[in-house]
Design a binder for this molecule. Structure first.
Ligand code: LHQ
Length: 264
């Protein structure tokens, strides 16, 4: 048994971060925030890590904020602004600016802030039995952890509003059909499919992935002209990397490329 609220395992370039409070459906307390942030930061600086997988232990991905935790539940009132300022907002900014790719492996229900933490990741796989629940309205709160941004960007305001206001679970297959996530996978194939995707990214040109993430993030607000300029600048960096040289050489020599993921 371990007391860690986030389990960290490393294998073959993949760092797996598992939210680990299964009896509370992996609801977030302050310790889990601290351990998750440390896990991402260590993965960012670990030269052996090429991809991060975020998942949950047991039957849930995570039920969002632990509503019984004394850090937010003070004498029956909820100090939500403080929790966002200190814990959730820094976490979402950290995830959104990570250069290495992050896969969210949503193994079960993802509710409240945790739905939006999953959606902040780069590629979201969900088991078909999983669902995404903007639970906030059920307790008189508004979607947070970037939810109003992400849902509106990915789904448009009509679906963002209904999901937020009705607070009904969105099943994984519908989330895929709506373009909210990458893929809903049969439960019995879920772990294998996530592992295969992670293994693929562990031997991918990691530096180019980081630059691609940067360009796509900027596209949310850029004009076409500004985006073309940015692509030129970032492609110049990618083109000078050892992985670009290796990629072109491997293509011409009709062999698989051996990418290091490094910028130089
Ligand atoms: C929980 C929780 C939970 C504690 C299940 N807390 N124990 C930011 C800033 C500051 C303040 C507030 O919040 C935020 C962001 C947020 O995330 S707000 C939204 C917080 N999350 C929710 O409102 C979701 C609450 N949970 C649920 O609605 C259900 O548990 C779901 C739909 C996730 C799953 O339902 P079931 O499968 O029926 O499981 P369950 O409800 O029976 O839960 C199992 C256990 O987990 C149970 O404990 P028990 O001791 O009775 O077995 C729950 O009390 C506990 N649990 N979520 N967020």
């Amino acid at each position: 048994m371990t007391d860690s609220t986030v389990l960290v395992s490393k294998q073959g370039g993949v760092t797996k971060l598992t939210l680990n409070r299964p009896d509370k459906l992996n609801a977030f307390n302050t310790t889990m925030h601290q351990e998750l942030r440390a896990g991402f930061e260590q993965a960012a600086s670990d030269p052996d890590c090429r991809v991060i997988v975020l998942t949950g232990a047991g039957r849930a991905f995570s039920a969002g904020q632990d509503l019984a935790d004394s850090s937010v539940n003070k004498n029956g009132g909820v100090d939500a602004g403080s929790a966002l300022e200190k814990l959730y907002n820094p976490l979402i900014k950290l995830i959104s600016t990570m250069e290495k790719p992050i896969i969210a492996a949503v193994n079960g229900v993802a509710a409240g802030a945790s739905a939006n933490i999953a959606l902040a990741c780069d590629i979201v796989y969900a088991a078909k039995s999983a669902s995404f629940l903007q639970a906030f309205m059920r307790i008189g709160l508004i979607p947070d952890a970037g939810g109003t941004f992400t849902l509106t960007q990915l789904l448009g305001p009509a679906r963002a509003r209904a999901l937020s206001i009705l607070a009904e679970p969105l099943p994984a297959e519908k989330a895929e059909a709506w373009g909210l996530i990458w893929k809903a996978v049969d439960d019995d194939k879920f772990q294998d499919e996530v592992a295969a995707a992670a293994a693929k990214l562990a031997s991918a040109p990691t530096y180019a992935i980081g630059l691609t993430k940067k360009a796509i993030a900027a596209a949310m607000t850029n004009t076409l002209g500004a985006q073309l300029d940015l692509e030129r600048d970032l492609q110049r960096l990618a083109g000078a990397s050892p992985d670009a040289k290796e990629g072109v050489a491997a293509f011409l020599e009709k062999r698989p490329a051996r990418f290091t993921g490094r910028p130089s």
